[in-house]
Design a protein around this ligand. Structure first.
Ligand code: UDP
Length: 411
């Protein structure tokens, strides 16, 4: 059987004070009609990156509604995940090569995973992202299948898309984050559901006022000097080198500024290690640059503390499915400068849009503007927090998914 992830315990009722009891009652009523379904969520890693972050909050909250939810992980070696990383990059439009050998290698591993899947029994399967996408083609399970893709597929690499499209079109429905991510030639029922954050987990919960600065100080950063922070996987789409360039431009104007890069290393992301190596080379040359990873015990609580205790958050993505880190930062009322990419645009609307950037120079100038204008930072913080409260919290995501499931199973 495919490895099962323990869901732990959460309770949807903890959201009542934030969203109001009516919204939670509505979700409970939707869930009450779906309790007979055995539902499986599948992805490729239980930690590292946005999908694992989402599922680890979403699924226990769904379980607390009385739904029968399992979370399972497909397995694969480094070679398999280097192929699926090509899918990830190719679907986002990168120029990647998929040889016949790589396709066979991918499918061979999928077939091995299907054998482990088909000994279970589910009525509905929600497959996350490209890694497990082909399971549907080999499984004999009589279930409804949903594919939930988190990346921007608006202009996929033609050869990647040609290979994956037949699998995608077997699904009963495909969930995208934004309308503009849907490839124009896709023939399948689609739904738009943006991701959301969980404000009850250690990543986002309130912290005692003194704790964030204490954590930052204990990690060696000087809390008397300004701190710019980017939290993200070490991935070229997150533009870590661009972040370093922007920081260097800021430093010309504000010499005491420091840069902290926090990056999780995920086992399904072999590219991350190479990028980590290159940014580390830059960091050793600069005493005001700091890199922390989950390998050095920088977990959710530390990320929370860094996000709350820093001065300005940057998310300089070039392509972005959603960018949970943006909502996480906005929720904490922090000033955010972010790349005008994908789902970040959904999160930074209205007056927040002014801080979306298209270049390194622009990123640097907005950071300087924030650092020199505490009042602007404060106003931005209030707007950002309210934006997340209204649109990007877990109950909204769960409600959207339950509505889709209800439509698919006809209840
Ligand atoms: N994250 C983390 N530690 C890190 C880097 C990232 O906990 O060192 C978390 C981050 O807080 C967010 C998730 O990983 O919750 C990344 O999700 P996002 O949607 O921003 O990007 P993705 O990795 O899915 O492309």
């Amino acid at each position: 059987m495919l490895q099962q992830v323990d869901l732990g315990f959460k309770h949807i009722d903890t959201y009542e004070t934030i969203t109001g009891p009516e919204k939670i009652a509505e979700i409970k009523s939707l869930a009450s009609k779906l309790k007979h379904l055995r539902i499986l969520y599948i992805n490729s890693t239980p930690f590292g990156g946005g999908v694992a972050e989402l599922l680890s909050s979403q699924l226990p909250l769904m379980k607390s509604l009385g739904l029968q939810i399992d979370w399972r992980i497909i397995y694969g070696d480094e070679h398999f995940f280097s192929i699926t990383k090509r899918f990830h990059n190719g679907l986002q439009g990168a120029d990647v090569q998929l040889t016949e050998h790589l396709k066979e290698r991918y499918l061979g591993n999928i077939i091995a995973n299907v054998k482990e899947l088909d000994c279970c029994n589910y009525d509905l399967i929600v497959v996350q992202d490209p890694q497990p996408v082909a399971l549907i083609a080999y499984s004999n399970m009589q279930a409804k299948w949903i594919w939930r893709v988190h990346v921007d597929m608006s202009a996929p690499n033609p050869s990647t898309w040609q290979f994956l499209k037949p699998f995608v079109e077997r699904y009963n429905a495909v969930i995208f984050t934004m309308e503009e991510f849907i490839p124009e030639d896709i023939e399948v029922q689609t739904a738009i559901i943006p991701p959301a954050i969980d404000i009850t987990n250690t990543k986002n919960m309130e912290l005692p006022a003194a704790l964030p600065k204490m954590v930052i100080k204990n990690s060696g950063v000087d809390i008397k000097k300004p701190v710019i922070l980017q939290v993200s996987r070490f991935d070229t789409w997150k533009d870590p080198m661009g972040v370093i360039e922007a920081y260097r431009l800021v430093k010309q104007k504000i010499p005491e500024v420091q840069l902290v890069l926090v990056g999780a290393m995920a086992h399904d992301d072999p590219e991350g290690w190479k990028i980590y190596g290159s940014i580390n080379e830059e960091a050793v040359k600069d005493p005001d640059m700091y890199i922390y990873t989950n390998q050095t015990s920088t977990g959710s609580l530390e990320v929370n503390a860094f996000q709350r205790g820093c001065d300005v958050i940057i998310q300089k993505s070039i392509k972005e499915g959603f960018g949970l880190v943006v909502s996480e930062s906005l929720w904490k009322s922090k000033p955010v400068v972010a790349g005008r990419a994908g789902g970040i645009k959904l999160q930074m609307k209205g007056k927040l849009e002014k801080f979306l950037v298209d270049s390194t120079e622009e990123a640097a100038s907005k950071i300087i503007y924030f650092l020199q204008n505490p009042k602007v930072m404060h106003e931005f913080g209030i707007l950002g927090h309210n934006q997340v409260k209204e649109h990007f919290l877990m109950p909204r995501l769960i409600k959207d998914e339950l509505e889709l499931i209800s439509r698919l199973v006809g209840v």
